[in-house]
Design a protein around this ligand. Structure first.
Ligand code: ADP
Length: 876
């Protein structure tokens, strides 16, 4: 495609026709033509942009029309307003097919049970376990017994009447030690500061039902002399598994009378000791202000600025607040998950039908330690002031985006339900088992295992896709659970495990077992794929023994000879046509060492070195990727730029960069030096093949698309990507000189990248061949533009290029393999070639020119598919 921008820029110079160098009319008319053409191109590109915007707008509108939301059970106007941005409001309670039901109060479990998979409700069952003051106190106390140092963020509490005597003992002990302590008494299920009173002398507190008594925290962090608490908004999108988001703004609610330590004279002054808006708004000192930095209600953003200005460590404070929130939700998790599973049995792994916006009330003491006061499951969405409107509107909007309601969910949900019932219907009956032979019975076991693993794989991929979506749509939320760092993950895993043991002791045995299994080591995607391969091997082995070879389905096949270098040559795996791609992958390392041996005897012609590769590439390189890089580099403050001197990166003084940057640059070099080897061909031949495919792209495009997107199943697609992934992994391991690269930022970036490539059944990689920027892989970084540096981006570009090349080579390899089969058995991409094309292609340098070469055993050629740079040399 011609570059429109270049043309437009070129055309604009001569538009006026003033150019003195124009000598004759012909030249003038040429230029005019050129300018007109550029104008046309510009108009066309403007039209394309306009129509793209128009289509997006139309899509959003259509999507909105197809979603109906029931907000009849809310009194808050802001909820209605935001909901209306996402769909049609349906106030009819009778409409059972709504996508969302919003309730100001908790909903009964039956309602949750009745929901269809595509529907959502804004409450979880059993969340009351942390949202009622007495339940919260009881549950936290249980966890505190096991983890006293982790659960020390709640003031000491007694639940009356059960713990009245324990409280009396405590008060007597205080008296004996001559210690003074103020207590605060609250109704167990109260809110808005109603029924709260303070006592200087605990002995005077009467035994009452449905009450809690708490130690009063008498050293608050003060703001301009006033006590305050923080209303923090937390969105829980799922309990199975737990997913929690923290909104980056909220309310700072100040009391209206300057604070003084509690004394007999001031304990009754609620405007001094309570920070509730509902109490303080009655005070004559209450200040309403349009400005979020003044008044009795301020924003958390203002508070952060205030802390920053006064040299407090804001990040550390928010880290500890997020920790308090996570630990509290870990306490609720066994209750909520159990109740949720009871309501919705058999839906594990599906999208959650429940979500909840919780209001955490956090108190900061003098040392800025956060204390949990209470959690509101129905935080007020009242918008008395502008600050409420701004903050609550934004947090609702972002929450609606994150819960991701799509019109297609309804259809997909129905299809999934049908599939599930069909699966149940056709499950082999146990009674039939009696008639089966041992072989068949073993086959059934393997099939079940495979089915189980496939389900796990699907759920892992769904989780990855969900995470990807969340990353792009979090808005002002930040994911705090699961946490990003490994040490927190390990710590929380332990706490969750203990919470399940404590709260579900003797109950829900199967759930307990499942959680324990999950926590003890959830399988990674690649591990599951390996296990599936093992099942395949078992299957194929049996089939070899009992049923003869399995017919070819999609990957290169026909194994006449077993390569000598392969130690597993005699195993049925290497002869299985279904493991061709596995062989690509598993033989990479072996073939690398083999290649080194070969090199000594028979040196392979040298490929361009990294330095040359950085500036020019003989392999097809999409212009779009370059411009994508340009876009990213442009938005960086200090972009990494390659200069002419970068030609020899080894000469760059190491002292000029910090270690990480150097490692990154070395990784980039190593990646640039990597080559995908075509079995049985030299690197030059491989290059020619790739260039030929590029040249005849029109012809190959539909064939490659059908090969990649239709013929290969998801496992084989993954195996192709894994050829690159496993080698990139080895490079990184060498570079950072440690086998555990999971925590490495670059690996995490690559991890997202590989997932992106496999996105939507391999559509991700296929999109990388397209010139359409809107489906570019780099959109995964759009939300968080600063998360990737220039070098990291270049590494990603190189990885994408390797993946593209790998696909092309595997495709071509498959085509050649089919060509080398006896006629009649072929069903390859090249089968459809017309006879003239076929004769052309046979004489072309990238298809076997002699029958002898065509008949080279495929497995032997495959075994030489490797990335030809020796990894051992890379870390030097
Ligand atoms: P409600 O649900 O009625 O608002 P809270 O537990 O939130 O009850 O308490 C109301 C207010 O009382 C809080 O906003 C806070 O200012 C104050 N408060 C509550 N508990 C304590 C405590 N243990 N120490 C100090 N102040 C407290």
């Amino acid at each position: 495609m011609p570059s429109t921008s270049g043309g437009i820029e070129g055309g604009s110079v001569n538009h006026s026709g003033d150019d003195v160098s124009i000598q004759n009319k012909n030249e003038l008319s040429d230029r005019k033509m050129e300018a007109r053409r550029d104008d046309m191109l510009e108009n066309r590109s403007q039209f394309a942009t306009k129509s793209r915007h128009h289509t997006t707008r139309k899509k959003t509108k259509r999507r909105k029309l197809l979603i109906s939301l029931n907000v009849s059970a809310t009194k808050y106007e802001i909820v209605r307003k935001v909901a209306h941005e996402f769909g049609n409001l349906s106030d009819l309670d009778e409409d059972p097919s709504c996508f969302l039901f919003w309730n100001d109060t908790a909903v009964p479990n039956e309602r949750v049970a009745e929901l269809k998979p595509y529907q959502r409700v804004n409450h979880f069952p059993a969340m009351g376990e942390i949202c009622r003051k007495d339940c919260l106190a009881r549950n936290l106390a249980k966890m505190m017994k096991v983890h006293p140092h982790e659960y020390n963020f709640s003031p000491k509490t007694w639940v009356f009447p059960a713990e009245y005597s324990a409280f009396q003992c405590y008060v007597r002990e205080l008296k004996r030690k001559n210690k003074k302590q103020t207590f605060i008494v609250k109704p167990s299920n109260g809110s808005m500061g109603q029924g709260i009173s303070l006592f200087r002398n605990g002995e005077r507190i009467q035994q009452q039902d449905h009450t809690i008594v708490q130690e009063y925290l008498d050293r608050p962090f003060l703001l301009e002399g006033y006590k305050f608490d923080l209303r923090i908004y937390v969105l829980v999108t799922s309990c199975d598994p737990l997913r929690v988001f923290l909104f980056n703004d909220g309310l700072v609610r100040l009391s209206t009378q300057k604070y003084a330590a509690p004394s007999d004279g001031n304990v009754e002054q609620l405007y001094m000791h309570l920070t509730n808006y509902s109490i303080n708004k009655r005070s004559e000192n209450f200040q309403r202000d349009e400005d979020v930095t003044k008044g009795s209600k301020r924003s958390i953003q203002f508070f952060n600025d205030y802390l920053r200005k006064n040299d407090y460590d804001v990040a550390a404070i928010w880290k500890s607040i997020a920790d308090v929130i996570n630990k509290t939700l870990i306490v609720s998790e066994p209750h909520v998950l159990h109740a949720y599973r009871m309501c919705r049995p058999g839906t594990a792994g599906n999208d959650s039908v429940c979500f909840e916006i919780l209001g955490f009330d956090i108190f900061l003491d003098k040392s800025l330690k956060p204390w949990l006061l209470e959690i509101n499951r129905a935080p007020s969405f009242g918008t008395d002031e502008k600050i409420d409107l701004d903050i609550k509107g934004a947090l609702l909007h972002d929450a609606f985006r994150l819960i991701n309601m799509k019109p297609s969910d309804r259809r997909k949900g129905m299809a999934a339900q049908k599939a599930e019932s069909r699966r149940r219907l056709f499950r082999p009956s146990k009674r039939l088992d009696l008639d089966l032979t041992d072989i068949d019975r073993r086959k059934i076991v393997v099939d079940r295992r495979k089915e189980e693993l496939k389900q796990k794989l699907i759920s892992i991929r769904r989780d990855n896709a969900r995470e990807d979506f969340e990353n792009r749509n979090m808005g002002r939320y930040q994911r705090i659970f699961p946490p990003p760092d490994k040490s927190s993950q390990d710590r929380y895993r332990k706490l969750i495990s203990d919470a399940f043991n404590i709260f579900l002791a003797g109950r829900a045995a199967s759930l307990q077992k499942e959680i324990a299994k999950l926590l003890n080591g959830s399988l990674r995607e690649d591990e599951i794929i390996d296990m599936l391969q093992a099942c395949d091997i078992e299957d194929d082995g049996k089939q070899k023994l009992f049923k003869g070879p399995k017919p070819l389905s999609s990957m290169p096949s026909v194994v006449d000879e077993i390569p000598e270098c392969d130690s597993r040559a005699s195993s049925p795996i290497s002869t299985s046509p279904h493991n061709s791609v596995t062989d690509f992958k598993t033989r990479l390392t072996a073939s690398q060492s083999q290649s080194q041996l070969n090199k000594a005897k028979n040196p392979i012609p040298k490929r361009p070195q990294s330095a040359q590769k950085l500036t020019t590439s003989s392999r097809p390189h999409s212009a779009r990727l370059t411009s994508a890089y340009q876009r990213t580099v442009n938005r960086k403050n200090q972009p990494y730029q390659l200069s002419a001197s970068d030609g020899n990166l080894n000469e760059i003084s190491t002292s000029a960069f910090d270690r990480e940057e150097e490692m990154m640059r070395k990784t980039l070099m190593a990646l640039n030096d990597m080559r995908i080897k075509f079995p049985g061909k030299t690197d030059e031949e491989a290059d020619i093949i790739l260039n030929q495919i590029q040249e005849h792209w029109k012809y190959h495009k539909p064939r490659i698309a059908s090969y990649w997107l239709v013929k290969l199943d998801s496992i084989k697609r993954r195996k192709v990507i894994d050829i690159v992934r496993s080698n990139v992994r080895s490079v990184l391991q060498k570079m950072c000189r440690c086998p555990d690269i999971e925590s490495l930022k670059l690996w995490r970036i690559f991890y997202r990248l590989f997932n992106r490539l496999l996105w939507s059944h391999g559509q991700g990689l296929w999109n990388c061949f397209s010139s359409n920027t809107s489906c570019s892989w780099d959109t995964i970084f759009h939300k968080n533009k600063d998360s990737i540096s220039g070098v990291e981006f270049m590494c990603c570009e190189r990885v994408i290029e390797l993946c593209r090349q790998c696909l092309l080579i595997v495709y071509q390899f498959a085509a050649e393999a089919k060509l080398s089969m006896p006629s009649g058995e072929t069903n390859s991409p090249t089968k459809q070639l017309s006879s003239s094309q076929l004769s052309n292609s046979r004489t072309s340098p990238w298809l076997p020119s002699s029958p002898h070469k065509a008949m080279t055993p495929v497995s032997q050629r495959m075994s030489r598919l490797y990335l030809n740079k020796s990894l051992d040399n890379l870390a030097s």
